[in-house]
Design a protein around this ligand. Structure first.
Ligand SMILES: Cc1cc2nc3c(=O)[nH]c(=O)nc-3n(C[C@H](O)[C@H](O)[C@H](O)COP(=O)(O)OP(=O)(O)OC[C@H]3O[C@@H](n4cnc5c(N)ncnc54)[C@H](O)[C@@H]3O)c2cc1C
Ligand code: SF4
Length: 509
């Protein structure tokens, strides 16, 4: 045990753990709730199936870091393998592996949720203070010019050349050294994420944290004292080991939009909305290839976004349209996204230092479902809708023109077969992209939906307090509750909404 953190893969198990409040998941939603509840004097236990991996153990090596920091070791995918579903699995959750972009829920979306879905606590004037607090937790600031690397500057240069609106984004780094490996953990702890902020404060206030502790079922959900079945994992997190009971009066599920629904379904808890309405927000990479060295791996990977085509107050969906964000991955992730293997794959990776990649982000409508088989096996079913494919085609055409404007030799859309664009007239070939299942390296990093918040049980899986319908004192405090996409990035929204829901809970306990 170190500093309030007990690694159950290495400790002798207690017979059972009893607490007032049990929080499942230590990411943005769970860590925030645990901190506020512990600071208010409540007895809090946090269960996390990942391990605590800090400092020099963050080796910046792809294989070892995906293995230890990601759900299913980075291999999680939708049912037809069309979308790679990336999620953190480590103490601190997705904030440990994310690219630090800080984007609050836009007012247009908050207004949409309050008026169309009856989520009155999300009305902009009510919610503003929770966003402000979340920005404080994150030490949010505009990324300084010195950290906007040459690849992001290529995107900016091309967008400005075409007269398109864009911005240098906000982030939650302090003391960043531009090492570029944000997606496999920051070895110098420059990210002000839940592992560095909320969890230390929760521990200081007396919360007990257990790692390598996988919650597999919530039993006795309607009794005063609920009982969670926990399976400990081995130190590498590969196999389940022993079983342990954790008893609590209040259970807060914040395991992320997929695992939270998975746990409720596995426990037979909640109504027929649980698992439905999944949003995956699939993103498509596109790569400008230059004659000169760009060295996109050097510096902050994601700092500039083209926002010209983003809608924040669409009448039907709230957030809509699309945006284009500069990005860079480590060699491991880039090579697996390129549609080449063998000698052509090596040739393409030989120009890794001349690549300036972007992600095309288009919000989606709820069109997926989390399913759990009798043996606990998870299926993430997702149907990409035509309107989503169409916005990605438009985004690919625009991104190609931007890179060509910035001087790219060619632009690669890494589909199978690949699309190579060498002139602005070529760019319209993007209109023919089919995005047939499993032909494009789609990535999901912002999962939402699955236990929708609603004013009535008829319309959702949890009420306006986040309490799962039909079950007293079992709550969902992560993005599972969002009826539509909150923002183009979900860390800040989840911290803010967990703050709001926890503040409400504190008035009742
Ligand atoms: C690669 C990547 C890049 C991203 N970039 C950005 C970005 O730049 N900006 C941004 O705003 N957002 C970004 N996001 C999204 C953001 O990080 C997530 O939305 C956010 O971390 C989710 O918070 P959460 O609390 O819901 O869940 P998580 O942070 O995923 O935490 C849930 C935790 O619960 C644990 N858990 C799951 N099931 C169980 C169980 N049964 N028992 C015990 N523990 C369990 C998991 O191991 C995990 O640690 C990114 C995400 C990824 C993966
Ligand atoms: S760019 Fe490097 S130093 Fe900065 S946060 Fe990312 S990993 Fe850490």
């Amino acid at each position: 045990m170190t500093d309030g953190i007990t690694d159950l893969s290495r400790q002798a198990l207690p017979e059972a753990i009893t607490t007032e409040i049990c929080v499942i998941g230590s990411g943005c939603g769970g860590a925030t709730a645990a901190r506020l509840l512990a600071e208010a004097g409540h007895d809090v236990v946090v269960l996390e199936e990942g391990r605590d991996l800090v400092g020099p153990e963050r080796t910046q090596r792809d294989r070892a870091m995906y293995d230890q920091l990601y759900m299913d070791r980075g291999g999680r995918a939708s049912h037809d393998l069309s979308i790679s579903v990336l999620q953190g699995r480590v103490l601190g959750g997705g904030g440990v592996v994310n690219t630090c972009d800080v984007i609050p829920i836009p007012d247009g979306v908050l207004h949409h949720w309050a008026t169309k879905y009856g989520l009155e606590d999300f009305a902009p004037e009510q919610f503003e203070r929770f966003t402000d607090d979340a920005l404080g937790d994150l030490s949010a600031s505009r990324i300084p010019e010195s950290l906007v690397n040459s690849a992001n500057n290529k995107l900016r240069q091309g967008a400005e050349g075409l007269g398109l609106r864009g911005e240098v984004m906000m982030h939650n780094r302090v003391g960043c050294r531009g090492l570029g490996t944000c997606m496999i953990g920051c070895p110098v702890h420059a990210k002000r994420n839940p592992r560095m902020v909320a969890l230390p404060k929760a521990i200081e206030a007396g919360a007990r944290i257990f790692t390598r502790a996988r919650a597999v079922r919530i039993d006795k959900a309607n009794q005063e004292l609920k009982e969670m079945t926990i399976r400990t994992l081995d130190p590498g997190g590969y196999r389940e080991q022993e079983e342990l009971k954790v008893r609590a009066k209040i259970v807060i599920v914040a395991a992320n939009a997929i695992a939270s629904a998975q746990l409720l379904l596995r426990s037979g808890v909640g109504n027929s909305h649980v698992g439905r309405n999944l949003l995956l927000q699939p993103q498509l990479p596109i790569i400008g290839v230059f004659d000169e060295r760009v060295a996109a791996f050097d510096g902050v990977p994601q700092s500039y976004a083209v926002t010209e085509f983003e809608e924040e107050d669409n009448a039907e969906f709230g957030l809509w349209g699309y945006r284009i964000e500069g990005i860079m991955g480590t060699p491991g992730i880039v090579s697996t996204m390129l549609p080449f293997s063998g000698a052509p794959g090596m040739q393409n990776m030989a120009q890794y230092d001349r690549m300036a990649p972007s992600l095309l982000l288009a919000p989606d409508e709820p069109s997926g479902q989390v399913e759990v088989a009798r043996d606990g096996r998870l299926t993430i079913r997702y149907e990409q809708r035509d309107n989503h494919r169409e916005r990605l085609r438009q985004a690919a055409e625009v991104a190609a023109k931007i890179y060509l404007e910035a001087g790219a030799r060619e632009v690669l859309v890494p589909t199978s077969p690949p699309l190579v664009i060498r002139s602005t007239s070529d760019a319209k070939k993007a209109r023919d992209l089919t995005f047939a299942p499993a032909t494009a390296p789609m990535i999901s990093a912002h999962q939402q939906g699955t236990v929708r918040f609603a004013a009535s049980e008829r319309d959702g899986g949890a009420d306006l307090n986040g309490q799962v319908y039909g079950i007293r004192d079992v709550y969902v405090f992560d993005s599972s509750g969002y009826p539509t996409s909150a923002a183009s990035h979900t860390m800040t929204p989840i911290i803010a909404s967990s703050r709001m829901l926890t503040t409400k809970l504190l008035t009742r306990i």
